[in-house]
Design a protein around this ligand. Sequence first.
Ligand code: HEM
Length: 412
Amino acid sequence: MVTGPEVAQQIFNQVESKDKTFVYMVTPWLGNGLVFSEGAIWKRNRKLLTPTFYYQSLINFVKIMNKSSDRMIEVINRDSNGKDPIEFVPLIHNMTLEVILNCICSKGSDLQLNIDTNSREMTYVEGLEKIRQGMEERFSSFFSMFDIIFYRKNVGKEFARGAKMTKQYIVSLIQEREENPREESDKSDYDMLDLLTRSRDEEGNGLTQKEIIDELNTFVFAGHDTTGAASSFVFYHLAKYPELQEKCREEVLSVMGGRDEIEWKDIAKFTYLTCFIKETMRLYPPVMFISKMLNKPFTIDGHKIPANVSLDISPSLIHKNAKHWPDPDKFDPSRFNGENIEKHHPYAFIPFSAGSRNCIGQNFAMSEIKIITAKLLKKFQVSLQDGYDIDITVKVILSPSDNLPLVFRPLW
Ligand code: HEM
């Protein structure tokens, strides 16, 4: 287990391969998508997918994030009486899933307010739920780790059905787009499907249909629970520290004035909010371990480690390493302000990993967390129930285990 940024830096800079011991479990769903692919395929596809997260694309995604945040506000207004707590985790989970599905294919799907249970999107959501249950089973029962046992169980059969359902949904989107292609003039509104179907490598070759399916499913896998978990911990801290919540709100009001819509140019101006989110991710990084596989012998501090050994880099232990983070349990957003940020070791804060295999969606995720936080802070005072203390669980990612009950009191 790697707990120091100095060693993590050496590994990130020299080891590209991942530990693929458990990858067979997700292959029926994610195939050879970016998170698990290796070598030349990974290199080519990473290059082809990178423009999906350039700011020109994010400008369009920011509009989608605004709309989904508005819908979440409506849900809170509908379901909360302003005094009793409501569970935050299911709300943010639906919101982040809605965002990523609408970024994949901008159809304006509504998974929060007026849910159309017969829509194709709901089939995708149903498939995703089967996959989630299957994965939970595999990580909680030793025998279910073996394919031969897992796929005989009902939960295993449903997992396979879920993987098929998510694929069919994306195939139907691709076919629909082929029949009704978008004009070049619509470029500013391109969604992920447009960007992936149009991307070309140096030889002029694009992604195959299977690659597009795997990559879009990978974006859903990597992009919504992680962002939902990070946002949940942000709201927990806002509720726990009312004075800091007020400081965030003041900044939001001064950046946005009377406007409700957050624009791309606003996002960089939320400087205190950014420090607040980063400090939250220091204490609660959604991804607990980053596993690397040594494909050749490696020397760390004079110690030789043979090839084919798996090394786990732990963001949560690095983030609490007292040598780099004095008083590490204290919540203090000023650690990330302009003058302090320079003092940190560059690998002491790694919620999005680091090196060539860092998170391709980190700007997307940070924009989404800032938008939902800023929009909710404009509308509500957030607080905890008396005596509440957070309880956390680690499944695939770190998240609050009790659905995080929060009180949302309307401000105006
Ligand atoms: C707060 C939210 C997020 C966190 C904490 C996070 C964290 C991470 C981490 C730690 C890795 C490295 C994993 C490993 O090496 O095993 C990673 C990779 C990745 N993430 Fe994220 N992520 C977030 C949001 C997103 C979003 C929104 C997307 C896409 C829409 C995304 C797509 C990916 C992809 C495709 C990779 C694989 C990159 C590669 O190997 O080239 N992530 N993420």
